[in-house]
Design a protein around this ligand. Structure first.
Ligand code: SF4
Ligand code: SF4
Length: 365
Protein backbone atom coordinates (compact mmCIF):
# COMPACT_ATOMS: atom_id res chain seq x y z
CA UNK A 1 0.00 0.00 0.00
CA UNK A 2 1.55 3.42 -0.92
CA UNK A 3 2.34 5.67 2.02
CA UNK A 4 0.27 8.81 2.58
CA UNK A 5 2.52 10.28 5.29
CA UNK A 6 6.28 10.74 5.42
CA UNK A 7 7.97 10.78 8.84
CA UNK A 8 11.61 11.83 8.85
CA UNK A 9 14.23 12.18 11.56
CA UNK A 10 15.91 15.56 11.75
CA UNK A 11 18.00 16.49 14.73
CA UNK A 12 18.67 20.19 14.28
CA UNK A 13 17.24 23.40 12.84
CA UNK A 14 19.39 23.76 9.74
CA UNK A 15 17.46 24.87 6.68
CA UNK A 16 19.60 22.96 4.16
CA UNK A 17 19.07 19.66 6.05
CA UNK A 18 15.35 20.33 6.47
CA UNK A 19 15.02 21.15 2.75
CA UNK A 20 16.64 17.80 1.89
CA UNK A 21 14.18 16.01 4.16
CA UNK A 22 11.28 17.85 2.53
CA UNK A 23 12.47 16.91 -0.95
CA UNK A 24 12.72 13.25 0.09
CA UNK A 25 9.21 13.40 1.50
CA UNK A 26 7.73 15.07 -1.58
CA UNK A 27 9.34 12.41 -3.74
CA UNK A 28 8.17 9.53 -1.50
CA UNK A 29 4.57 10.82 -1.59
CA UNK A 30 4.58 11.77 -5.29
CA UNK A 31 3.95 15.41 -4.46
CA UNK A 32 6.86 16.85 -6.44
CA UNK A 33 4.58 18.39 -9.07
CA UNK A 34 2.08 19.81 -6.59
CA UNK A 35 3.60 23.30 -6.92
CA UNK A 36 4.46 24.65 -10.37
CA UNK A 37 6.48 27.53 -11.69
CA UNK A 38 4.59 30.81 -11.32
CA UNK A 39 2.23 29.51 -8.62
CA UNK A 40 1.37 32.04 -5.93
CA UNK A 41 1.84 30.04 -2.75
CA UNK A 42 0.66 31.10 0.70
CA UNK A 43 2.60 29.70 3.68
CA UNK A 44 0.60 29.32 6.89
CA UNK A 45 2.88 28.77 9.90
CA UNK A 46 1.76 28.53 13.52
CA UNK A 47 2.09 32.10 14.82
CA UNK A 48 -0.26 31.88 17.77
CA UNK A 49 1.60 34.55 19.73
CA UNK A 50 4.84 36.53 19.85
CA UNK A 51 7.40 34.11 21.29
CA UNK A 52 11.03 33.32 20.56
CA UNK A 53 11.67 30.22 18.42
CA UNK A 54 13.43 28.29 21.22
CA UNK A 55 10.20 28.27 23.25
CA UNK A 56 8.64 25.93 20.66
CA UNK A 57 5.38 27.86 20.46
CA UNK A 58 5.66 28.89 16.81
CA UNK A 59 6.93 27.27 13.62
CA UNK A 60 10.71 27.58 13.58
CA UNK A 61 12.20 30.11 11.10
CA UNK A 62 14.63 27.52 9.71
CA UNK A 63 11.67 25.32 8.73
CA UNK A 64 10.09 28.26 6.89
CA UNK A 65 13.43 29.04 5.23
CA UNK A 66 13.79 25.42 4.12
CA UNK A 67 10.28 25.33 2.65
CA UNK A 68 10.95 28.63 0.87
CA UNK A 69 14.17 27.20 -0.61
CA UNK A 70 12.33 24.19 -2.02
CA UNK A 71 9.46 26.29 -3.38
CA UNK A 72 11.77 28.87 -4.95
CA UNK A 73 13.45 26.01 -6.81
CA UNK A 74 9.99 25.18 -8.18
CA UNK A 75 9.62 28.78 -9.38
CA UNK A 76 6.82 29.68 -6.94
CA UNK A 77 6.06 33.20 -5.70
CA UNK A 78 5.84 33.17 -1.93
CA UNK A 79 3.51 34.80 0.59
CA UNK A 80 3.13 34.19 4.32
CA UNK A 81 0.31 35.09 6.65
CA UNK A 82 -1.63 34.25 9.78
CA UNK A 83 -4.12 35.74 12.20
CA UNK A 84 -2.37 35.28 15.55
CA UNK A 85 -4.46 34.30 18.55
CA UNK A 86 -2.72 36.98 20.62
CA UNK A 87 -0.99 40.17 19.46
CA UNK A 88 -0.30 41.63 16.05
CA UNK A 89 1.08 39.75 13.05
CA UNK A 90 4.03 42.19 12.86
CA UNK A 91 5.01 41.53 16.47
CA UNK A 92 4.66 37.76 16.05
CA UNK A 93 6.77 37.75 12.90
CA UNK A 94 9.49 39.78 14.56
CA UNK A 95 9.65 37.75 17.77
CA UNK A 96 9.40 34.35 16.07
CA UNK A 97 12.34 35.11 13.78
CA UNK A 98 10.18 34.79 10.66
CA UNK A 99 10.50 38.43 9.69
CA UNK A 100 14.20 38.18 8.80
CA UNK A 101 13.61 34.91 6.91
CA UNK A 102 10.86 36.57 4.89
CA UNK A 103 13.15 39.44 4.02
CA UNK A 104 16.01 37.15 2.98
CA UNK A 105 13.77 34.81 0.99
CA UNK A 106 11.58 37.54 -0.57
CA UNK A 107 8.36 36.32 1.01
CA UNK A 108 5.51 38.86 1.03
CA UNK A 109 3.50 39.46 4.20
CA UNK A 110 -0.27 38.85 4.18
CA UNK A 111 -2.57 40.23 6.87
CA UNK A 112 -5.68 38.13 7.40
CA UNK A 113 -7.93 41.15 7.73
CA UNK A 114 -10.15 40.87 4.66
CA UNK A 115 -13.02 38.43 5.13
CA UNK A 116 -14.93 36.12 2.83
CA UNK A 117 -18.06 34.26 3.89
CA UNK A 118 -18.83 30.89 2.36
CA UNK A 119 -22.07 28.93 2.60
CA UNK A 120 -21.72 25.16 2.51
CA UNK A 121 -24.55 22.88 3.53
CA UNK A 122 -22.13 19.94 3.53
CA UNK A 123 -20.22 21.45 6.44
CA UNK A 124 -20.84 19.63 9.70
CA UNK A 125 -21.49 22.69 11.87
CA UNK A 126 -20.46 25.94 10.22
CA UNK A 127 -22.83 26.03 7.24
CA UNK A 128 -21.94 29.70 7.06
CA UNK A 129 -18.25 30.27 7.64
CA UNK A 130 -16.30 33.51 7.54
CA UNK A 131 -12.63 33.04 6.75
CA UNK A 132 -9.75 35.29 5.83
CA UNK A 133 -9.98 36.03 2.12
CA UNK A 134 -6.38 34.78 1.89
CA UNK A 135 -7.77 31.24 2.16
CA UNK A 136 -9.13 31.62 -1.39
CA UNK A 137 -6.77 34.16 -2.95
CA UNK A 138 -3.71 32.00 -3.75
CA UNK A 139 -3.00 29.11 -6.11
CA UNK A 140 -1.74 26.90 -3.30
CA UNK A 141 -1.68 26.91 0.48
CA UNK A 142 1.09 25.16 2.38
CA UNK A 143 0.38 24.46 6.02
CA UNK A 144 3.33 24.60 8.44
CA UNK A 145 2.11 23.58 11.90
CA UNK A 146 4.14 23.03 15.05
CA UNK A 147 3.90 19.73 16.94
CA UNK A 148 2.36 20.68 20.28
CA UNK A 149 0.05 19.28 22.90
CA UNK A 150 -3.13 21.29 23.48
CA UNK A 151 -5.03 21.74 26.71
CA UNK A 152 -8.45 21.55 25.07
CA UNK A 153 -7.94 19.44 21.95
CA UNK A 154 -5.17 17.05 23.02
CA UNK A 155 -2.83 18.18 20.26
CA UNK A 156 -2.50 21.00 17.77
CA UNK A 157 -1.27 19.78 14.42
CA UNK A 158 -2.20 20.35 10.78
CA UNK A 159 -6.01 20.60 10.95
CA UNK A 160 -5.97 22.77 14.06
CA UNK A 161 -3.37 25.12 12.55
CA UNK A 162 -5.96 26.19 9.97
CA UNK A 163 -7.99 27.85 12.74
CA UNK A 164 -5.68 30.81 12.03
CA UNK A 165 -7.76 31.43 8.89
CA UNK A 166 -10.58 32.59 11.16
CA UNK A 167 -10.00 36.34 11.27
CA UNK A 168 -9.09 38.08 14.53
CA UNK A 169 -11.58 38.08 17.37
CA UNK A 170 -13.94 35.81 15.48
CA UNK A 171 -11.80 32.99 16.88
CA UNK A 172 -13.04 33.79 20.38
CA UNK A 173 -16.61 33.61 19.13
CA UNK A 174 -16.07 30.07 17.86
CA UNK A 175 -14.37 29.09 21.13
CA UNK A 176 -17.32 30.47 23.04
CA UNK A 177 -19.83 28.73 20.84
CA UNK A 178 -18.10 25.40 21.33
CA UNK A 179 -17.55 25.92 25.04
CA UNK A 180 -16.35 22.67 26.63
CA UNK A 181 -17.61 20.58 23.76
CA UNK A 182 -14.42 19.21 22.22
CA UNK A 183 -16.31 17.16 19.67
CA UNK A 184 -18.14 20.24 18.44
CA UNK A 185 -14.93 22.26 18.24
CA UNK A 186 -13.28 19.41 16.33
CA UNK A 187 -16.11 19.46 13.79
CA UNK A 188 -15.68 23.20 13.33
CA UNK A 189 -11.96 22.60 12.66
CA UNK A 190 -12.84 20.00 10.06
CA UNK A 191 -15.30 22.41 8.45
CA UNK A 192 -12.46 24.92 8.09
CA UNK A 193 -10.23 22.21 6.64
CA UNK A 194 -12.88 21.37 4.03
CA UNK A 195 -12.78 24.96 2.81
CA UNK A 196 -9.03 25.60 2.96
CA UNK A 197 -7.44 22.23 1.94
CA UNK A 198 -3.69 22.93 1.80
CA UNK A 199 -1.78 21.29 -1.03
CA UNK A 200 0.53 19.81 1.58
CA UNK A 201 1.19 20.00 5.30
CA UNK A 202 4.66 19.91 6.85
CA UNK A 203 4.86 19.60 10.64
CA UNK A 204 7.77 21.08 12.55
CA UNK A 205 8.39 18.54 15.30
CA UNK A 206 12.16 18.91 15.65
CA UNK A 207 11.54 20.63 18.96
CA UNK A 208 7.92 20.12 19.98
CA UNK A 209 5.91 21.46 22.91
CA UNK A 210 4.64 19.05 25.56
CA UNK A 211 2.52 19.62 28.66
CA UNK A 212 0.35 22.70 28.82
CA UNK A 213 0.29 23.60 25.13
CA UNK A 214 -0.36 25.42 22.91
CA UNK A 215 1.49 28.27 24.63
CA UNK A 216 2.40 27.26 28.21
CA UNK A 217 4.13 23.91 27.75
CA UNK A 218 7.76 22.85 27.73
CA UNK A 219 10.00 22.43 24.67
CA UNK A 220 10.88 18.80 24.00
CA UNK A 221 13.41 17.66 21.43
CA UNK A 222 11.60 15.09 19.27
CA UNK A 223 13.60 15.26 16.02
CA UNK A 224 10.56 14.83 13.77
CA UNK A 225 9.57 16.31 10.43
CA UNK A 226 6.25 15.03 9.06
CA UNK A 227 4.73 15.59 5.62
CA UNK A 228 1.43 14.70 3.94
CA UNK A 229 -1.07 16.03 1.44
CA UNK A 230 -4.04 15.21 3.69
CA UNK A 231 -3.97 16.89 7.07
CA UNK A 232 -6.27 14.43 8.96
CA UNK A 233 -4.13 11.43 7.95
CA UNK A 234 -0.98 13.30 8.94
CA UNK A 235 -2.39 14.34 12.32
CA UNK A 236 -3.59 10.86 13.15
CA UNK A 237 -0.23 9.23 12.41
CA UNK A 238 1.79 11.95 14.17
CA UNK A 239 -0.43 11.57 17.25
CA UNK A 240 0.32 7.84 17.22
CA UNK A 241 4.01 8.49 16.67
CA UNK A 242 4.00 10.92 19.62
CA UNK A 243 2.49 8.27 21.89
CA UNK A 244 -0.65 10.23 22.80
CA UNK A 245 -2.69 7.64 24.65
CA UNK A 246 -6.07 8.34 23.05
CA UNK A 247 -7.19 9.61 19.66
CA UNK A 248 -7.76 13.37 19.83
CA UNK A 249 -11.25 14.77 19.13
CA UNK A 250 -10.22 15.98 15.66
CA UNK A 251 -9.00 12.52 14.66
CA UNK A 252 -12.07 10.88 16.21
CA UNK A 253 -14.36 13.10 14.15
CA UNK A 254 -12.26 12.61 11.01
CA UNK A 255 -12.57 8.87 11.51
CA UNK A 256 -16.36 9.14 11.83
CA UNK A 257 -16.38 10.96 8.49
CA UNK A 258 -14.44 8.11 6.89
CA UNK A 259 -11.38 10.31 6.32
CA UNK A 260 -9.01 7.87 8.04
CA UNK A 261 -9.41 4.57 6.19
CA UNK A 262 -7.04 1.91 7.56
CA UNK A 263 -5.44 1.31 4.17
CA UNK A 264 -4.41 5.00 3.95
CA UNK A 265 -2.94 5.20 7.44
CA UNK A 266 0.46 4.20 6.16
CA UNK A 267 3.65 6.07 6.95
CA UNK A 268 7.02 5.89 5.18
CA UNK A 269 10.35 7.42 6.13
CA UNK A 270 13.14 6.80 8.62
CA UNK A 271 11.11 7.84 11.68
CA UNK A 272 8.07 5.72 10.81
CA UNK A 273 9.39 2.65 12.59
CA UNK A 274 10.73 4.48 15.65
CA UNK A 275 7.96 6.25 17.55
CA UNK A 276 8.78 8.78 20.23
CA UNK A 277 9.83 7.33 23.55
CA UNK A 278 8.88 8.27 26.17
CA UNK A 279 5.61 9.62 24.78
CA UNK A 280 4.87 13.34 24.54
CA UNK A 281 3.60 14.48 27.94
CA UNK A 282 -0.07 15.44 27.49
CA UNK A 283 -1.68 18.63 28.75
CA UNK A 284 -3.37 18.07 32.09
CA UNK A 285 -6.21 20.45 31.38
CA UNK A 286 -7.65 18.69 28.34
CA UNK A 287 -11.15 18.78 29.79
CA UNK A 288 -10.98 22.14 31.53
CA UNK A 289 -12.37 25.42 30.24
CA UNK A 290 -9.95 27.08 27.81
CA UNK A 291 -9.74 30.27 29.84
CA UNK A 292 -10.92 31.43 33.28
CA UNK A 293 -14.57 32.41 33.43
CA UNK A 294 -15.34 30.91 30.05
CA UNK A 295 -18.72 29.54 31.15
CA UNK A 296 -19.90 32.93 32.41
CA UNK A 297 -18.59 34.76 29.35
CA UNK A 298 -20.31 32.26 27.15
CA UNK A 299 -23.61 32.81 28.89
CA UNK A 300 -23.28 36.55 28.54
CA UNK A 301 -21.77 36.92 25.10
CA UNK A 302 -22.99 34.18 22.86
CA UNK A 303 -26.04 35.04 20.86
CA UNK A 304 -28.92 32.63 21.26
CA UNK A 305 -31.52 31.78 18.63
CA UNK A 306 -35.09 32.84 19.32
CA UNK A 307 -38.27 32.18 17.36
CA UNK A 308 -40.49 35.07 16.28
CA UNK A 309 -43.84 33.34 16.55
CA UNK A 310 -45.68 35.86 14.39
CA UNK A 311 -43.45 34.90 11.44
CA UNK A 312 -43.08 31.20 12.07
CA UNK A 313 -45.05 29.03 9.62
CA UNK A 314 -44.30 25.80 11.51
CA UNK A 315 -42.63 24.37 8.42
CA UNK A 316 -40.13 22.45 10.60
CA UNK A 317 -37.16 23.16 8.32
CA UNK A 318 -35.22 24.27 11.40
CA UNK A 319 -36.21 21.18 13.38
CA UNK A 320 -35.06 18.89 10.58
CA UNK A 321 -31.68 20.58 10.17
CA UNK A 322 -30.72 21.42 13.75
CA UNK A 323 -27.47 19.41 14.19
CA UNK A 324 -27.93 19.23 17.97
CA UNK A 325 -31.58 18.08 17.83
CA UNK A 326 -32.31 21.03 20.09
CA UNK A 327 -35.56 22.08 18.38
CA UNK A 328 -38.98 20.53 18.36
CA UNK A 329 -42.53 21.35 17.44
CA UNK A 330 -44.44 21.31 20.69
CA UNK A 331 -47.97 22.56 21.34
CA UNK A 332 -48.09 24.33 18.00
CA UNK A 333 -44.85 26.24 18.45
CA UNK A 334 -41.14 25.70 17.92
CA UNK A 335 -39.33 25.16 21.19
CA UNK A 336 -35.54 25.37 21.61
CA UNK A 337 -33.73 23.39 24.28
CA UNK A 338 -30.88 25.79 25.12
CA UNK A 339 -29.04 23.10 27.08
CA UNK A 340 -28.59 21.18 23.84
CA UNK A 341 -28.23 24.15 21.49
CA UNK A 342 -24.67 24.53 20.21
CA UNK A 343 -25.15 28.04 18.75
CA UNK A 344 -24.42 27.04 15.18
CA UNK A 345 -27.27 29.31 13.95
CA UNK A 346 -28.19 26.90 11.17
CA UNK A 347 -31.83 27.53 12.12
CA UNK A 348 -31.47 31.23 11.42
CA UNK A 349 -29.66 30.62 8.14
CA UNK A 350 -32.15 28.06 6.89
CA UNK A 351 -35.49 29.46 8.03
CA UNK A 352 -37.35 30.42 4.83
CA UNK A 353 -39.56 32.93 6.68
CA UNK A 354 -36.97 34.90 8.63
CA UNK A 355 -38.57 33.70 11.85
CA UNK A 356 -35.35 32.98 13.73
CA UNK A 357 -33.46 35.90 15.15
CA UNK A 358 -30.39 35.75 17.32
CA UNK A 359 -29.86 37.98 20.30
CA UNK A 360 -28.08 38.26 23.59
CA UNK A 361 -29.60 36.69 26.65
CA UNK A 362 -28.41 35.11 29.88
CA UNK A 363 -29.03 31.43 29.39
CA UNK A 364 -27.94 28.79 31.87
CA UNK A 365 -26.65 25.65 30.34
S1 SF4 B 1 -37.83 27.11 9.80
FE1 SF4 B 1 -38.64 29.08 10.47
S2 SF4 B 1 -40.78 29.07 9.84
FE2 SF4 B 1 -40.06 26.97 9.75
S3 SF4 B 1 -40.59 26.13 11.74
FE3 SF4 B 1 -38.51 26.86 11.92
S4 SF4 B 1 -38.73 28.94 12.71
FE4 SF4 B 1 -40.72 28.34 11.95
S1 SF4 C 1 -31.34 25.59 17.85
FE1 SF4 C 1 -30.47 26.63 16.06
S2 SF4 C 1 -28.54 27.45 16.83
FE2 SF4 C 1 -29.19 25.90 18.29
S3 SF4 C 1 -28.20 24.04 17.62
FE3 SF4 C 1 -30.20 24.06 16.67
S4 SF4 C 1 -29.87 24.98 14.66
FE4 SF4 C 1 -28.07 25.45 15.90
Amino acid sequence: MPASVYLDSCLAYKAETIAESLRRGLSALNLEDSVRSGDRVLLKPNLIMAKAPELATTTHPEVVRAVAMVLKDCGARLFLGDSPGFGSLDRCLEKSGLQSVMKKMDIAKVYFTEETTVMDNNNLIAKKLTLATAAFAYDKIINLPKLKTHSMMGSTLAVKNLFGFIPGLMKIKWHLRAGHNRQLFARIMLDIYRQVTPVWNFIDGIVAMEGEGPTGGQPRHCGLLALAAEAPLLDCLVEKWSGLSAMTPISQEAQKLGWLPAERLVAAGPAAASPLSPALKPAQGATRATFPGQRLWRRLLVLKPQITRSRCQLCRVCVQHCPAQAMQLLNNKIVIDYKRCIRCYCCQELCPYGAVRVGYGLVFW
